[in-house]
Design a protein. Structure first.
Length: 373
């Protein structure tokens, strides 16, 4: 006689998901720390924990920067708590956006050809012929006197190889913003076996393009790396970690430049984000996530401390903010400078997005970058 399988007892732990919660709140560090307790207390009173079960709704990490009017939290929330907070939008808690945490596309791997130098590699793309211009190489010269002295460039990317001869001694790595990623490993959502550490290729290459000693444009700029994506493994950056990285980057730029009123500022900070493109019309589930990202970038824009620069994206898509089906974010945001790429004859390369959603085009053909040593 066969036994009927015993059904497992239902869990008393309510289901939670990770969210990014943004508030309109310009406060000091101490006041922000107190605000974390305020939010948790409000949720505890609205959704008390079951006896013997820890409170399901809690703040995992706070996100704050001086001079910003937006702050935020990475939170674990039940669906009931999310609805409660959504009903509090623009009320006493001054919540402006709640977005479920999501993985975001990262810049594609670079196509690299090894050169004779052990420290440099060449990028070479053979893009489709989308234009028939003559060779305009002379047009692409930049002012070699503009070396970026006094400017801090923060890269939200993989960890930098700060000892690379192209970056040393101007480069440092800040605290990594990988909270959501680490949480997903601990929860089993990401297999730890996919993670391999100490691989700097993408971030190091991007930093050398902007500020490398030999080939960079801003050769005297200070360089800071904030890790938002694991060094190895097929793992995409998370919305929470990107936004956390933006707060950290803004704080670092404030510390670098000193605090000044907006009308007295000379912008000497750049936040470079290597993130792919998403069209909300094609992927509506990303609407809240991209709106949350835009809220933070807007606040950074109006503080006038830093310029956010994003890569155009690698889908070779036409981008136009006036048409929903071609509006790719964050590339089409009003608060970023979006950079795409062309070859020496103004042909779009085989990876770069293009169209009026971009503000800048640069060469990507026969360009030297820092290689991983």
């Amino acid at each position: 006689m066969s036994r009927r399988p015993q059904s497992s007892a239902p869990s008393n732990h309510p289901a939670t998901k990770r969210y990014v919660v943004l508030r309109k709140l310009e406060v000091t560090r101490a006041q922000f720390t107190a605000s974390i307790h305020q939010v948790e207390l409000y949720l505890a009173e609205s959704h008390p924990a079951v006896q013997g079960i820890s409170a399901p709704n809690r703040v995992l990490k706070g996100m704050w920067s001086s001079e910003m009017t937006i702050c935020g939290y990475i939170m674990k929330l039940t669906s009931e708590a999310v609805n409660t907070l959504r009903n509090r939008l623009s009320t006493s808690l001054s919540i402006v956006k709640i977005a479920e945490d999501r993985s975001m596309p990262f810049a594609s791997s670079l196509v690299i050809e090894q050169t004779q130098s052990l420290a440099l590699s060449a990028i070479s793309y053979d893009g489709p012929m989308l234009a028939s211009n003559e060779d305009n190489a002379s047009f692409y010269k930049y002012d070699r006197e503009a070396m970026g002295e006094g400017v801090l460039i923060v890269f939200l990317d993989t960890r930098l190889d700060v000892d690379h001869p192209e970056l040393y001694p101007r480069a440092t790595n800040g605290p990594p913003c990988l909270y959501g990623y680490i949480q997903d490993i601990q929860n089993g959502h990401i297999k730890a076996s996919t993670v391999q550490s100490e691989y700097y290729e993408h971030g190091t290459a991007a930093a050398s393009l902007a500020a490398g000693r030999t080939t960079g444009t801003a050769r005297k700029a200070r360089i800071l790396g904030i890790q938002i994506v694991p060094d190895k493994g097929n793992v995409k950056p998370l919305l929470s970690d990107i936004i956390d990285g933006m707060f950290e980057a803004h704080s670092a730029i404030i510390e670098h430049n000193g605090s000044r009123p907006p009308d007295q500022k000379v912008m000497k900070g750049i936040i470079s984000v290597s993130i792919g493109s998403i069209c909300v019309d094609q992927e509506p589930d990303y609407k809240d996530a991209l709106e949350a990202l835009d809220v933070v970038m807007e606040d950074i824009y109006y503080r006038k401390n830093a310029l956010v620069i994003v890569s155009a994206g690698n889908k070779q898509e036409y981008m136009d903010v006036s048409k929903p089906k071609t509006t790719f974010m964050p590339q089409c945001s009003r608060f970023t400078l979006t950079v795409g790429s062309v070859d020496k004859k103004d042909n779009y390369d085989r990876l770069s997005n293009y169209g009026p959603g971009m503000q800048q085009l640069i060469w990507d053909e026969d360009v030297l970058i820092a290689d991983w040593l």
